[in-house]
Design a protein around this ligand. Structure first.
Ligand SMILES: [Zn+2]
Length: 509
């Protein structure tokens, strides 16, 4: 495989499930009624085991088996699959199967990647699930980069097929993008300070001719062009490495004439959220280094584009990096700020910093979009605790009026179900816009209505639409609140919604 498609040095396609190059085989065990074909060497062996012990359909098990590499097979069951399930059952089974194989002492597992008619992207999802199990957090890797495996094989059929090679390439590129995003999102507040993220992003894109990076870190420029971001960052700006930065990453395909769509993504990159002067108390602060997961996902999506090279897309990613610190120069409630869009905004709760961090970049995106071909703007952010309260671990997807005309949020939801990321579609209602109107004389907007009892993730979208100047513009805009979906410690970052974005915008090969 070409250099670009190297995730780790030792990933291979293997056509022989008895190959001596591997020391164990992992098989996803699907419910009988799905009629998934088993490799012919082992079908009677597997059927016998299932007859002996139904428990194998519940939890991963290891069996001695002479017909496969290494003489052992790990059965990773999906469990019962109902009409309520989506492709995530496959991802989870593959993930557990890989973990079980490594636990068993396997260093060279071979994963059997079956085709499942009910799940059209089953092979891709299966490989991604297994790869996810291999992820080691960046700070652990930086201390000791010894891998817990020697090689991984993927087997689909006894003949090499172009289709499967494509699937493996897609999976590796996507996982590479997700590792990149997980590294940023999961790095601690110092390892991934704004300054360090800039360096990390630059290093990771070095040598990619289809990517251009522009960093805005000049204090005066930030204060003038990103006044709300600047206010959030005021306490942090005393410390060089915590100063705010805007990172613009642009992907351009080789032939601009083939571009049919421009995607502009604005990501919330709050490297640490103390809440600011409205300090997070009673232990609510722990885990807030994940408040940069939106920016991490944007960077990851650009990574996927740089590798998979979609010819029909131009993509601009904007990382809004800052830190919501508390200190003598903290911004405080009651301050009246003026956004780049010219709106006066009253600060009401400094912990609602995410919408401020993105507001001016979003406005700029809206202006720039008018010059682009068929633009679609996104904001991706761990924005509201309310998104998690409403939907648990799922991303809330919200369209503005233009994006709603094409049912875009529903399309992402569909792609997510296909590729193993979950979305809920929320509707931005008129009251979600009007609730943001300022209450004091002359105020255009308030940061957040502290009296609002409900609809906080929808009204945050309403704020972004208003402050971003997108209320009347005919530009497609979709806000993705990943507060519940991004993954909180002790779990690894999920890197959502990279897979679904790649799926819905046809970035895959
Ligand atoms: Zn906050």
């Amino acid at each position: 495989m070409a250099q670009d498609f190297k995730l780790y040095d030792n990933l291979f396609i293997e056509t022989n499930i008895q190959s001596i190059d591997y020391d164990a085989v992992i098989l996803i065990l699907y419910p009988e009624e799905l009629k998934v074909t088993l490799p012919r060497h082992i079908d009677s062996f597997i059927n016998n085991i299932v007859k002996i012990d139904k428990h194998v359909t519940k939890t991963p098990t290891v069996w001695s088996c002479d017909y496969v590499s290494g003489g052992r097979i790990i059965l990773a069951p999906t469990g019962k699959i109902t009409g309520y399930h989506d492709a995530r059952v496959i991802k989870e089974a593959a993930y557990k199967g890989m973990i079980r194989a490594l636990d068993a002492g396997s260093k060279k597992p071979l994963l059997i990647v079956q085709n499942v008619v009910n799940f059209p992207d089953s092979q891709l999802v299966c490989i991604l699930g297994a790869l996810e199990a291999l992820y080691t957090p960046i700070q652990m890797r930086e201390r000791d980069n010894t891998k817990n495996f020697i090689k991984i094989g993927f087997h689909s059929e006894e003949k090499r097929s172009e289709g499967f090679e494509k699937t493996v390439r897609n999976a590796i590129a996507l996982e590479k993008a997700r590792v990149f995003a997980r590294d940023i999102a999961g790095g601690d507040p110092e390892r991934m300070s704004p300054e360090n993220i800039v360096q990390f992003v630059k290093n990771k894109f070095e040598g990619y001719s289809n990517i251009a990076i522009n960093v805005i870190d000049d204090e005066t420029t930030i204060a003038t062009d990103y006044p709300l971001l600047s206010a959030v960052s005021r306490a942090a700006s005393r410390i060089e490495r915590h100063k705010p930065r805007i990172v613009e990453i642009e992907y351009k395909p080789s032939d601009p004439a083939r571009v049919t769509e421009t995607i502009i993504l604005v990501g919330k990159g709050v490297t640490y959220d103390t809440g600011g002067a409205d300090l997070k108390i009673s232990g609510k602060m722990a885990g807030m280094s994940r408040d940069k997961s939106g920016a991490a996902a944007v960077a990851g999506f650009l990574k996927a584009c740089s590798l998979l090279k979609p010819p029909h897309l131009k993509v601009i990613g904007i990382l809004c990096l800052c830190r919501n610190s508390i200190g003598e120069d903290s911004y405080v409630p009651d301050e009246l700020l003026v956004s780049k869009s010219g709106k006066t905004v009253r600060v009401t709760n400094t912990d609602a910093e995410g919408r401020f961090a993105m507001a001016d970049a979003l406005f700029k995106a809206g202006e720039d979009a008018l010059k682009e071909l068929n633009p679609h703007i996104y904001t991706i952010a761990t924005l509201t605790g309310h998104a998690r309260l409403s939907y648990g671990d799922y991303t809330a997807a919200m369209d503005n009026h233009s994006a709603k005309a094409t049912n875009h949020a529903s399309k992402i939801q569909f792609s997510g179900a296909r590729i193993g990321e979950g979305f809920e579609v929320s509707i931005v209602r008129p009251e979600d816009l009007s609730v943001n109107v300022g209450k004091c004389k002359g105020d255009d907007l308030l940061q957040v209505d502290m009296d609002a009892k409900c609809r906080h993730h929808q009204l945050a979208a309403g704020f972004l639409i208003k402050v971003g100047g997108l209320e009347d513009k005919n530009v497609k805009y979709t806000h993705l609140d990943i507060a519940g979906a991004a993954g909180s410690p002790p779990h690894e970052p999920t890197a959502v919604p990279i897979l679904s974005l790649c799926h819905v915008h046809k970035v895959l090969l």
